[in-house]
Ligand binder design. Structure first.
Ligand code: FAD
Length: 278
């Protein structure tokens, strides 16, 4: 069972619990991106199993009136086994989503996965004319080129700052520089994209910049934040904009929760207070 301290960040262990969470969010006008926790499978059986679980989840969602989609990690559905396995499993998930007019996001992992992830996304989303989105990371020096490459590709792009500790040869390492690049990439996307921009950030500065760019160019966008982070802001922003909450679920919740809890001092203090019962 997930202890109360972790429930802030994780929607539950089962798909049923995750769907209950979606309903509670939808009641607050917040849509939900569900992520089944799991990554770095070298066993093809585990990768295929999670792909099937996503397909079942999409089926379950289709039978409801809930506003939700899914986000998958490449190494969860086979990239650490082979590129072919990843693509096959991605197609399985996207096929099921397409049957029910649902949306599939692809998370972006460390820089060694960027090329195969981007190539698979570009190929599959182009065949289908949409229905998919890809995450790009502002901390990688290559991302300006990737953002430009996707300008006329159907589908959405979620821009994040980047969660992986990447080497200085290929990534900006200072927070100031990453923030600066994030803002510049937003400028480009709002000017050049037809829409389909997802601002994957809790940063009020970036969200304000996106709002200003939206006012200037009229380009549609959505805001995406993680479950358990700035939930008040999510609710407030949802009164005016499309807000999606990224909500992980599943039995492998401990590693994810530990990352979230330690990520910022604020979250660490929250965890400590909960442990101490204060
Ligand atoms: P930060 O630079 O961490 O913080 C900026 C400001 O935001 C802070 O000064 C504060 O004002 C506010 N803030 C941030 N956290 C809190 C908090 N806990 N409480 C209150 N205020 C806070 N990374 C990847 O590499 N690949 C992915 O696929 C990926 N997907 C993501 C999907 C979503 C929906 C989101 C939101 C993030 C995702 N990330 C992903 C993580 C991302 O790369 C960042 O590591 C993470 O979002 C932290 O950066 P930030 O933009 O939120 O702001």
């Amino acid at each position: 069972m997930i202890p109360p301290i972790a429930r802030r960040f994780v929607a539950g262990e089962s798909a049923a619990a995750a769907l209950d969470h979606v309903r509670r969010c939808n009641d607050r006008e917040i849509k939900v991106i569900l992520n089944l926790l799991g990554e770095h499978y070298t066993d093809p059986v585990a990768a295929d199993e999670d792909a099937r679980e996503y397909a079942t989840l999409l089926e379950d969602l289709a039978g409801t009136d809930l506003d939700a989609c899914v986000s998958v990690k490449p190494s969860q559905i086979g990239l650490d086994v082979s590129e072919a396995r990843f693509r096959d499993n991605l197609r399985t998930i996207v096929d099921r989503a397409e049957e029910h007019d649902q949306f599939v996001w692809i998370d972006m992992e460390d820089h060694t996965t960027t090329d195969p992830t981007l190539d698979a996304f570009e190929e599959i989303v182009s065949e289908r004319g949409g229905g998919m989105g890809l995450c790009l990371q502002a901390n990688l020096k290559r991302t300006r080129d990737d953002v430009e490459r996707l300008t006329d590709v159907p589908g959405k792009v979620r821009l994040v700052k980047g969660a992986y500790d990447e080497p200085a040869t290929i990534a900006y390492r200072s927070k100031e520089r990453v923030d600066e690049v994030y803002g510049e990439l937003l400028d480009y996307m709002f000017e050049q994209y037809d829409g389909g921009i997802a601002v994957g950030s809790h940063d009020p500065v970036m969200i304000d910049r996106a709002r200003e760019l939206h006012d200037a160019y009229g380009t549609s966008f959505e805001i995406q934040m993680l479950m358990g982070v700035r939930e008040d802001a999510q609710e407030e922003l949802a009164r005016e904009y499309e807000v999606w909450q990224y909500a992980p679920y599943g039995s492998r919740w401990f590693a994810y929760f530990s990352r979230r809890a330690m990520e910022s001092r604020k979250n660490a203090l929250f965890a400590l207070r909960a442990v101490l019962g204060r």
